[in-house]
Write a protein that binds this ligand. Structure first.
Ligand code: PMP
Length: 457
C-alpha cells in the first residue's frame, strides 16, 4: 500500500521523535518527507525535487543512488550482510582498513571500526586515556582530562559531550560529564578586539600553552576539529592554528586527536583536513563521508606506538575493551571501499577545490544583503552568519527564528539547507555540479532577500 502525504505526516507526528528538534514546533509545520534521491537531488513523497544543500547531514559524496555504489552493495548483499569482528574477520573490513591507512598516507597504521562519529570519538578518548595507563599507571595516574576548544562539538554520547563546548547542547548534561579543560578558538569574525587573524591565532595558542604549562600532567589529550568547527557555525580556523596545536601537544607530551568526522573525505578541498597543515595526529576519527553517505560507519585510526601499548599477556589487562555489535559491518565497509576508489577515479578532491574556488566569488554577492554579516567557507563547507546589524554584529532574538524562516523559503524554492544558531549552513553534496551550485547560491540569495523584504530590514 502506498501511503499519501497526509497519512505519513500524521504517522510521523504520532510516532517519531526527531533528533535536535523541538517537537512542539515541528508538529506545527508541514514535514518534509523524502522518498528517493538521485544525484544532487532529493525527492519528497509528492515528487517535488530539492537540491541537497545539506548533503544529508554532511555525508553525501558522489550524489544519491550512484550506480557504482549501488552495484557494490548488491554484490555484497548476495554474499553476506553482517558477521562480527569479535573473534573473526571479514573481507571488506580488512581491505578497507588497508585502504584507509594508505590514503591517510602518514603515521597512522591501525584502524578501529565503529558506526557513528560519536562512537569514533568515544573510542579515541578511551584509547588515549588507556594508552597512558597501559604504559605507566603510576607515572600517568593523573592523566584523565581532555582539552578541547570553545564551542567544540564531537557528537552526542556522554564522552563526546564531555569534550563538547556548546552550551546550548551540552550545559544540561554537565553533572554527568568528565572534566574538560576549555581553550579559546579563533572565531575571527567575533574577535575584533584581539587584532588580525595572525594575532588571534597567537592569542589562542598562547592561552593553550599557558593551560598546558599548568595542567599537562593531568591531560591525556587534546581533541580538535581540524580547520573548521562545523556544528559551532562553520568557524574556519586561520592558517597555522592547527600546526600550532600540534607543536604544543608534542612539547607537553599529550596526545593529539583530530576529529575529521565532518571534514574528512574531500569536504575541505583535500582528502583530509590535516593535510593542509601537514599535521600528524596520534588519533584520527572518521565517519560521515566514509561511505559516501550510504550507510553508518566510522573508524578511529591510530599509530603503531599507541596500538603497541595495548599488547600484553591476558592477565596484564591491557586489552582495549570496546566494541559495538555492528562493528566492521560488511555492507558498510564494502560501500566505503568503493566510495574511496570512486573519489580517486573521479578526481573528486581536485574537483571540490576547483568548485569551491568558483563558488567563493558567487558567495560574495550575498554581502549585498543587509543581514548577511559574515560568509565563511572552507572547500564545500559554507556558513553564512545572519546579523541584525552589520556594524554591531548583533544577532536576531532567537525567538524570531529568522534563520529557520530563511531555510523554509529556500525549501519552497527547491533547496535544502539548515541553520546552526545564527548561521545558515550550505554543505552541498560533494559531486554537485557548477550549475547546481550556482542555482543553490541564487536560491540562498533570494530566500534571504525575501526575509529582508517581509521583515523590512
Ligand atoms: N564530530 C564532528 C566534528 C561532527 O560534526 C559530528 C556530527 N555532526 C560528530 C563528531 C558526530 O558524528 P555522528 O553524528 O555520526 O555521531
Amino acid at each position: 500500500m502506498k501511503y499519501r502525504y497526509e497519512q505519513l505526516e500524521q504517522l510521523d507526528k504520532q510516532y517519531v521523535w526527531h533528533p535536535f528538534t523541538q517537537m512542539k514546533s515541528y508538529i506545527e509545520e508541514k514535514p518534509l518527507i523524502i522518498e528517493k534521491g538521485k544525484g544532487s537531488y532529493l525527492y519528497d513523497v509528492e515528487g517535488k525535487k530539492y537540491l541537497d544543500g545539506y548533503a544529508s547531514l554532511w555525508v553525501n559524496v558522489h550524489g544519491h543512488s550512484d550506480p557504482e555504489l549501488n552495484e557494490v552493495l548488491h554484490e555484497q548483499i548476495e554474499k553476506i550482510s553482517h558477521s562480527t569482528l569479535l573473534g573473526s574477520a571479514n573481507v571488506p573490513s580488512i581491505l578497507l582498513a588497508k585502504k584507509l591507512v594508505e590514503i591517510w598516507g602518514g603515521n597512522l597504521s591501525k584502524v578501529f571500526y565503529s558506526d557513528t562519529g560519536a562512537a569514533a570519538v568515544e573510542i579515541a578518548l578511551k584509547m588515549a586515556y588507556q594508552y597512558w595507563q597501559n604504559i605507566d599507571p603510576v607515572r600517568y595516574k593523573d592523566k584523565n582530562k581532555f582539552i578541547s576548544l570553545k564551542e567544540a562539538y564531537h557528537g552526542d554520547t556522554i564522552g563526546a559531550v564531555s569534550v563538547g563546548g556548546m552550551d546550548l547542547f551540552h550545559r544540561i548534561f554537565r553533572p554527568l560529564l568528565f572534566e574538560r579543560i576549555e581553550v579559546p578558538s579563533p572565531y575571527v569574525y567575533r574577535m575584533d578586539e584581539y587584532g588580525d587573524e595572525k594575532e588571534i591565532v597567537n592569542y589562542c595558542l598562547t592561552k593553550l600553552e599557558e593551560t598546558l604549562e599548568q595542567h599537562h600532567s593531568e591531560v591525556a589529550g587534546m581533541i580538535v576539529e581540524p580547520l573548521v568547527q562545523g556544528a559551532a557555525g562553520i568557524i574556519v580556523h586561520p592558517k597555522g592554528f592547527l600546526k600550532g596545536i600540534e607543536k604544543l601537544c608534542r612539547k607537553y607530551n599529550i596526545l593529539l586527536i583530530c576529529d575529521e568526522v565532518a571534514v574528512g573525505f574531500g569536504r575541505t578541498g583535500t582528502l583530509f583536513a590535516c593535510e593542509q597543515e601537514d599535521v600528524q595526529p596520534d588519533i584520527v576519527c572518521l565517519a560521515k563521508g566514509i561511505t559516501g553517505g550510504y550507510l553508518p560507519l566510522a573508524a578511529t585510526l591510530t599509530t603503531e606506538e599507541i596500538y603497541s601499548a595495548f599488547l600484553g599477556d591476558v592477565h596484564e589487562n591491557k586489552t582495549f575493551f570496546h566494541g559495538h555489535t555492528y562493528t566492521g559491518n560488511q555492507l558498510s565497509c564494502s560501500v566505503a571501499l568503493k566510495n574511496i576508489e570512486l573519489i580517486e577515479k573521479r578526481n573528486l578532491v581536485s574537483d571540490v577545490q576547483r568548485k569551491a574556488h568558483a563558488l567563493a566569488d558567487k558567495l560574495q554577492k550575498l554581502y549585498e544583503l543587509p543581514i548577511v554579516g559574515d560568509i565563511r567557507q572552507k572547500g564545500l563547507m559554507i556558513g553564512i552568519e545572519i546579523v541584525k546589524d552589520k556594524k554591531t554584529k548583533e544577532i536576531f532574538d532567537r525567538s524570531e527564528q529568522i534563520e529557520h524562516k530563511i531555510i523554509l523559503e529556500a525549501r519552497k524554492r527547491g533547496l535544502i539547507i539548515r541553520p546552526l544558531g545564527p548561521v545558515i549552513t550550505f554543505i552541498p553534496v560533494l559531486a554537485m555540479t557548477d550549475d547546481e551550485l550556482k542555482t543553490a547560491v541564487d536560491i540562498i540569495f533570494d530566500s534571504i532577500a525575501e526575509m529582508v523584504s517581509i521583515k523590512q530590514f
